[in-house]
Design a protein around this ligand. Structure first.
Ligand code: RP5
Length: 280
């Protein structure tokens, strides 16, 4: 955590706006490094205004930081985060070049969940394929192309109020990779049985900060990423994948260190490939 640096949330413009982020040299990202000239713009969108937190200086907004706040989880997976003199929570990794809540829903951590569904890559005879250079077996994961940025990603999503992470993992996978929002109740029931079976033996891969382009100095995404591996392709092989909700496309993607993915999703895949001693 000490040496963690974020990059994707320091790109020139804040996503979907023309607001420029303040340029920060790598060594000045951590808050403890003095940066007297630091003067970022403030941006808090009105999106989801009835679900999002109020402004920090609204006298009726009295959040319980670093703990469960009613049905909102304001606890970080990392250490406790600091609240600055003006009452703003500070991004635990450091400066991002923009103040405010951005387009995120909550000040402080915004919790997400990422289901990493994997299988071995096989040839048409069903034999597991190895990479010609590493000689290690190739893992594949179900990836979606995000509608907003057109980047490939793990089909994750935000944890709803009162929702347990295991529910978010299944819900997001079903909505984005199986298009269940457009299916009838019988079809959903059939998918649910397979997904329950597949998600029964999951392994937690990562819990913590995500270097997401939407992060700001005061609002950021944290995730629980879990791996659901189908060793024999018996469950996933029968699922009719179809993009839905925020996803424009869905497909099996060979896991490899050169993939260009959304946010810091590549880091979660690295952990998965090492766990299975697969090609990386
Ligand atoms: C990511 O944002 C998380 O890792 C998760 O995949 C995703 C959740 O945001 P939405 O897909 O709901 O926009 O960085």
């Amino acid at each position: 955590m000490q040496n963690m640096i974020h990059v994707k949330c320091r790109q020139e413009f804040y996503p979907f706006t023309k607001i420029k982020r303040f340029l920060i040299p790598d060594e000045k990202v951590p808050w403890h490094v003095k940066f007297l000239d630091y003067n970022p713009s403030y941006y808090t969108s009105n999106n989801e205004y009835n679900l999002a937190d109020k402004n920090i200086n609204d006298s009726s907004f009295k959040p319980a930081w670093n703990m469960m706040d009613g049905n909102i989880n304001r606890k970080s997976f990392m250490k406790s985060y600091v609240i600055d003199d003006e009452g703003y929570p500070l991004n635990p990794v450091g400066r991002t070049g923009i103040k405010g809540r951005g387009i995120l829903r909550y000040w402080g951590p915004n919790h997400a969940a990422d289901p990493i569904v994997t299988r071995w890559k096989r040839d048409r005879f069903g034999k597991i394929m190895s990479h010609e250079l590493s000689r290690k077996c190739i893992l594949q994961f179900i990836g979606i192309e995000r509608r907003d940025t057109r980047q490939w990603a793990i089909p994750g999503g935000m944890v709803d109020r009162n929702e347990v992470i295991s529910t978010t993992l299944k819900r997001e996978f079903m909505e984005e990779a199986l298009n269940t929002l457009e299916k009838n109740s019988d079809e959903i029931e059939t998918f649910k049985r397979s997904v329950d079976q597949l998600f029964f033996g999951g392994h937690k891969i990562y819990e913590g900060y995500v270097d997401d382009p939407r992060n700001t100095d005061n609002s950021w995404i944290e995730t629980s990423a879990c791996n659901f591996h189908d060793e024999n392709n018996t469950v996933v092989g029968n699922l009719p994948f179809e993009a839905g909700d925020d996803a424009a496309n869905v497909k099996w993607i060979d896991i490899d260190k050169n993939l260009d993915l959304y946010a810091s999703h590549i880091q979660f895949l690295e952990l998965v490939s090492h766990k299975h001693n697969a090609h990386w």
